[in-house]
Design a protein around this ligand. Sequence first.
Ligand code: ZN
Length: 155
Amino acid sequence: MATLKILKFGDPTLRKVSRPVEEITPRILTLLDDMTETMRAAGGCGLAAVQVGVLRRVVVIEVEEGKVLELINPKIIAFAGEQQEQEGCLSFPGNYGLTKRPMHVTVRALDRHGKQYDITGDGLLARAICHECDHLDGKLYTDVQIRPLTPEELK
Ligand code: ZN
């Protein structure tokens, strides 16, 4: 496994739309492993492949320690409710904003074996799913934030 360099805000790659994964090759599996290591090393709870410069629809999320969700070609198929919470991004170190997101989100994706699965997340997991799926379309949390948060406001 390897720790990859995370692109920072202002890098034009972050605005690009990622392509679907057509075949789960050993390269994709290595990418998943490296993304998890990179996310953990950076102390984040989610990472999209575009953030490490790979324009593929691949996401890792770890909201609950030790429980890594690997999402290949994720698609949000249902959402409900609303939450306004603090949100940050490994591509915006030290910055946080208040965002409005659904409280419950169901996403459909492939796992590393190519098997399709659905998972429903609430609260933080719902936010993370929305945030990471947005990355795949070149969208950043700053596009949807209600306002930036000051250091004093952070939880
Ligand atoms: Zn992000």
